[in-house]
Design a protein around this ligand. Structure first.
Ligand code: HEM
Length: 115
C-alpha cells in the first residue's frame, strides 16, 4: 500500500508534466499543444513505451484502490458485519472497472482504434 501510493504520487507528478504542462511530453511523434488534450493523449500513446508506463501506473493505481476502498470500509467498522464479504467484492469490482477503463485508453490508441 505504501509503495503503490508512492508510485501513484510519482506518476501524478510525471502525468501533470506530461499532459497538463507539457514539459515531459515526448515531442518526437507530436509536439505538445496547449489546450488540446485529445491530440496530446493520442500523441503520447502512439509511443509504446509511454503507453506501457501509463498501463503499469493505472494497474498499480487499481491495486492501491482495491486495498484502499476495503480499508475505508474497515475504518468505518463495516467489514465485520455479515455483508463484509460483499463489501470486499464491491471494492474489487470498483478497482477492476476503473483499471479496465483506464488501461483501455492507451490500448485503444496503440491499436489504432482512437487516432
Ligand atoms: C490512461 C489514463 C489517463 C489519461 C488518458 C489521462 C489524461 C489526462 C489529460 C489529457 C490531462 C490534461 C487535461 C487538460 O490539460 O485539460 C490530465 C490531467 C490530469 N490527470 Fe489524468 N489521465 C489519466 C490517468 C490519470 C490518473 C490515474 C490520475 C490520478 C491518479 C490522473 C490525474 C490527473 C490530474 C490530477 C490532472 C491535472 C488536472 C488537469 O490538468 O486538469 N490522471 N489527464
Amino acid at each position: 500500500m505504501r509503495w503503490s501510493g508512492l508510485f501513484v504520487l510519482l506518476f501524478l507528478v510525471y502525468h501533470v508534466l506530461d499532459l497538463t504542462i507539457g514539459t515531459l511530453h515526448p515531442s518526437s511523434v507530436a509536439p505538445f499543444q496547449a489546450g488540446q488534450p485529445y491530440a496530446n493523449v493520442v500523441g503520447d500513446f502512439r509511443i509504446g513505451f509511454v503507453a506501457l508506463i501509463y498501463a503499469l501506473a493505472v494497474g498499480l493505481l487499481g491495486l492501491h484502490l482495491n486495498h484502499g476502498i476495503w480499508s475505508f470500509f474497515q475504518t468505518l467498522g463495516l467489514t465485520r458485519s455479515r455483508g463484509g464479504r460483499r463489501l470486499r467484492a464491491a471494492a474489487t469490482a470498483v478497482a477492476v472497472a476503473l483499471t479496465a477503463g483506464n488501461v483501455l485508453i492507451p490500448l485503444a490508441v496503440l491499436a489504432g482504434v482512437v487516432r
